[in-house]
Design a protein around this ligand. Structure first.
Ligand SMILES: NC(=O)c1ccc[n+]([C@@H]2O[C@H](COP(=O)([O-])OP(=O)(O)OC[C@H]3O[C@@H](n4cnc5c(N)ncnc54)[C@H](OP(=O)(O)O)[C@@H]3O)[C@@H](O)[C@H]2O)c1
Length: 280
């Protein structure tokens, strides 16, 4: 496992397990336990995934010291106003069975996110969150807004990122200001439009690695933090086995060339997300 240093000096594993739509108690707990046994130390969840309780069970069950684990959760926009962010985190911590999280993120660029950010700054000061950051801030302008009111800059921006959507301008800006890009949908949510790209299939053949391993290796070499999700023990094991080969500069460029600014978030999921932001 490789580690990156965040802008507050904290070390983060560069690869972890994602848990979106993992909400069956047994399947969620088993997938996270399997990952921890295989050497994963970062687990990415969110209050809106409704699985923090099962992840908490896996974190206790695994027998690893809490300090060796890196737990990320997120606050949903319904909890951005007043002192709701604090209450939301308290509930998350109870479900996770922990006194703190390693990274606390605002889940969407929406509503009174500036109030929520100020609360996150306080919670970080109090040690409830070791690092704080955001998700789904896609424009340079949205990230630059922190300059006008925040005391603490986000440690990460978690955005949809894979070879078909690379956010060149955002990535360049984040690098310049020391904010790490954390890639969600790192494998394009398993969509064949990505997994069957001939360039990736050819590299897979050459390196005797699966296409997902080639994609994850590309992310690692780009400096992204990645959180692939899987419930399949073979895939979980394979997805972390990406630190023993290196793509050449030319191969990296070939994968860069796949960028088409194409989100693989399905339309109904996008509408569901908007509906939840407004109604919940
Ligand atoms: N902040 C946000 O707004 C946001 C939004 C979405 C997601 N996320 C986070 O990002 C994480 C990752 O996103 P995701 O789970 O949707 O998509 P993903 O990791 O890009 O793709 C997951 C899909 O890839 C398959 N897969 C994984 N490893 C594989 C392998 N080695 N071979 C073949 N197939 C493989 C999985 O199927 P199997 O289970 O069969 O292996 C699953 O269908 C989420 O779990 C969540 O933690 C954050």
């Amino acid at each position: 496992m490789e580690f990156l240093t965040l802008n507050n000096g904290i070390q983060i594993p560069q690869l972890g397990i994602g848990t979106y739509r993992l909400n069956d108690p047994d399947i969620s707990e088993q997938a996270v336990l399997e990952a921890l046994r295989d050497g994963y130390r970062l687990v990415d969840t969110a209050e809106i995934y409704h699985n923090e309780r099962y992840i908490g069970s896996a974190l206790r069950e695994c027998g690893l010291p809490r300090e060796s684990l890196f737990v990320t959760t997120k606050i949903w926009p319904a909890h951005y106003r007043g002192d709701r962010p604090r209450r939301a985190l308290e509930h998350s911590l109870k479900r996770l069975g922990s006194d703190y999280v390693d990274l606390l993120l605002l889940h969407q660029y929406f509503g009174d996110w500036k109030n929520a950010w100020k609360q996150l700054e306080r919670m970080q000061e109090e040690g409830l969150a070791r690092s704080i950051g955001v998700c789904n801030f896609y424009t340079v302008r949205s990230i630059a807004e922190f300059d006008s009111f925040a005391h603490v800059a986000p440690a990460v921006d978690q955005v949809e990122c894979h070879p078909l959507i690379q956010h060149g301008a955002l990535q360049h800006y984040l690098e310049g200001v020391g904010i790490r890009l954390m890639a969600w949908y790192p494998l394009g949510h398993g969509n064949t439009l990505l997994l069957e790209q001939p360039v990736l299939m050819e590299l897979s053949r050459q390196y005797r690695k699966s296409v997902p391993q080639i994609i994850l290796r590309w992310h690692i070499q780009k400096g992204h933090i990645v959180i692939p999700k899987s419930t399949n023990p073979r895939h979980i094991k394979a997805d972390i086995n990406v630190f023993n080969f290196t793509l050449t500069e030319e191969e990296m460029k070939m994968i860069d060339g796949l960028n088409m600014g194409r989100s693989l978030l399905r339309r109904w999921e996008h509408l569901e997300k908007i509906k939840y932001c407004i109604l919940r």
